[in-house]
Write a protein that binds this ligand. Sequence first.
Ligand code: C2E
Ligand code: CA
Ligand code: CA
Length: 921
Amino acid sequence: MLAAVAGLVSAVYLLGGLAFIEHRLSELRFRLAQQDAQGDLVLVAIDPQSINGIGVWPWPRRLHAQAVDALLAAGASRVAFDVDFSSISNPLDDGAFAASLEGAAGRVILPAFQQAVRADGGMEMIVSSLPIERFAQHAQLASINIQPDSDGVVRRMPWASEWRGRVLPSLAATLAKRTQRQNGQFPIDFGIRAASIPQIPFIDVLRGYFDPASVAGRTILIGATSVELGDQLAVPIHRSLPGSLVQALAAESLIQHRDLMSVPPLAVVAIILVVALAGGSVLRRVSWRIGLVGLCVFVGVTFALSLLVHKHLGVQFEISPWIAAVMLVGLMEILGRVDQQSVRLLFQSHALSSKDAMMHGIVENSFDGIITLDENGVLESANRSACAMFGLEPNQVPGHHVKALLPALLQGVDDPVGEVLAEGLRVDREPYEAQAARIDGAVFPIEISAARVQLADRSVITMFVRNIEQRKAQEAALEHSALHDPLTDLPNRALFLDRVEQAILGAKRSNDPFVIMLLDLDRFKEINDTLGHSVGDQMLIRIAQRLREHLREADTVARLGGDEFAILLPAVGDLQAAGRYASRILKSLRQPFTLYELTLEVGGSLGIVLYPKHGQHASDLIQRADIAMYAAKRERRGFSIYSAEEDVHSIRRLTLMGELRRAIETDQLTLHFQPKLELCSDTIAGVEGLARWQHPTLGLIAPADFVPLAEQSDAIALLTRCVAGKAIAQIARWQSAGRRTGVAINLSVRNLQDLRLPDLLEDLLRRSKVAADRLTVEVTESAMMVNPERALEILNRLAEIGVTVSIDDFGTGYSSLAYLKDLPARELKIDRRFVDNIARDSGNRRICEATIDLAHNLGLRVIAEGVESLEDLELLRRIGCDSVQGFHIGEPLPPAELEAWLAECDWSLDATPLGLARSNK
Ligand code: C2E
Ligand code: CA
Ligand code: CA
């Protein structure tokens, strides 16, 4: 193996493949080992100064003759020419020069050279140029032939050249007086400074401007140094030098014995073999790292040795073969040794460094802030997010203390260092939320988790920090919307309950009672139904505003839903104060609202409870306030304080909803009849059927308690059908007894939306064989306003059938009187509010008069309801009212009792078409 390497290197060497390296190495040596010329050789330069000074070219040969004479006269030992004397010039000059040569007696050396000349035919032929015979016979001849290397650079000089069978030593060898060798070349030492060769301009020699001592005993070379003369050669380190200077350097190399040529090729090959084998066996014994170092040392030492040998002994060794051999052996050895493990490690370390870069990138670009601290809580690093979050500049990070970033968290921690710090930061535990501080002091919420990372020599704490400001805001908004009514932004039922529970907790501690009120708006449903939901919504917003105006900081007003509000008054501790408070609220509610150019009024009913008197728990208190509120509503009392008796009623109310439908189906519903007295005839012309619920356990339930419930569900259709059935059955009974008494039933909003209603009634009438005009339907204006077109359609159909339409509760709705003329109504019932105390209340009286006039003008009969005294009855008669109804005439009675009443009372049955006539007492 090693031999193969040696063979390979040898082959490359022998083929000149290492020349390039060798040339670079020898140039380096030339530069590093500079020498001065010895001074025995003096160059008389045909330089620009001389050429200019003499003025003609070529120079007449008598000048050369003069120079030879002058130099020899000055004591020069020999004079050599690097000048072409191969052609004849003019006889005078040639004669003069020949005479000088003759006089010099062989001390002049003339050049012979061979030139490659391109002939006319393109053939290249070698032309030998010798000095002309006339000169040659008196002079020594020397060859100035030069053989450049293949790259055109002159590095060596031949010892001698052959001339037609005769060997001529080279000029350099002649000058150095070393003419014995006839073959081969010697290297020129370009480490000899060209400038150190003494030079005398040719013209100074002619003029005698030189120190004879500088030439005495010395060898003189006369040659061109002027660039214009074109005799330039490519050489190492100088790039180019005039031919005569190269000759001079070559001569100097020989003079100084710096010409020892490299080892012969065979020896080089042998050395290569030795070096390779020795190097290989040494390298095999050491680790590859040491081997690598050893290789470098070997190369360095070899070069240094070659430099020393070159400088001090003038010997130029070729070291490139050895270096190449050792390098190759080393490379093979190392490659063979670098096992898979090392290769893998090499790749792993690369992968690691790229992994490192990746981790760094991830950390730096992480959305979360990532901060590392030392055991003392001093920041070591913070990524971009962390810097942005805390308002830190990257250069402020190192040295900053974590306590400045998390003041709230580490507030109580005296000396946040080591385990205390780790405890404070909850290292290696679940993520948690905390308050952080920016460098400018602004506080913001964060989610943080801290972990300890053990490094080789110490441990660091890593904190992952996330700014949760937005999330918190969103959560707060969500929480707000979960706990507030979207329309009025008041707390909702859930929050109110929570506040009540808080108040209970507070009251338990302080023993202070507090008050809860429940408010239900009166007639709000009407506003909603008649004016639309947007008006209703605006109204609720305005009401919420008014309620808030009455509150103090600690109070809570909430909207429980629909038109129900709740008020918590923690600071109101007795029922009297609560009553005053309630009055104030009701008074402010009664102030008209102006909405969309409408002036609207609402009232409200308030139920009041006192903690702890009326209940221990929030739910009980609210339920009981609700009961009290219903009592207030039913009794039109404004507000009412909870009482246990009323509770009986409301337990009823709460359970009714589910039972009502079953009650209707199981015939728990009865109809009470209230007589209507016709004033012109003083007869009972008809009765109004009013529903009652005969509850098995709760007893008789008034319609105010269950009709609104029925209205909220589909039960109202069932209820109306049941009432209509009972009413028509009653008419039929009276009819078969020969009485023409009519019965009125009440319709509600939902009924006026139900297009099947007319068919239903018609069907009932037909099956009972009852004349349709005996049946009256009472409808309120507001019930008609919800969907007037459909209501009108239904009423028209009923009128067509022959059913009488009566407008109930007139004066409480919002419809205009003008609207009435489009209705197929035959009767108008003035609401009892306007009838109340009419004999004494002039306001009510005027309203009734106007209403009666108007109704008559529209062709409607007028009936006044809620007549409670004879006085009122007589007044109504005087102002033209057609009929009256009320407690003064008769209360609603069950059918059997009505019969008895009719038999006994002042107004007896009369079989006239108008029904009942007043009997004489
Ligand atoms: P309404 O149609 O205005 O019925 C008259 C109400 O006034 C009845 O109350 C009656 O007892 C009461 N009343 C009669 N005379 C006087 C009086 O002189 N002074 C006073 N203060 N009140 C008097 P009731 O029976 O409690 O009915 C209340 C309401 O329930 C009715 O008002 C009616 O709107 C509704 N209602 C009753 N039965 C039905 C029904 O079968 N269907 C529907 N849809 N609603 C019904
Ligand atoms: Ca009625
Ligand atoms: Ca009425």
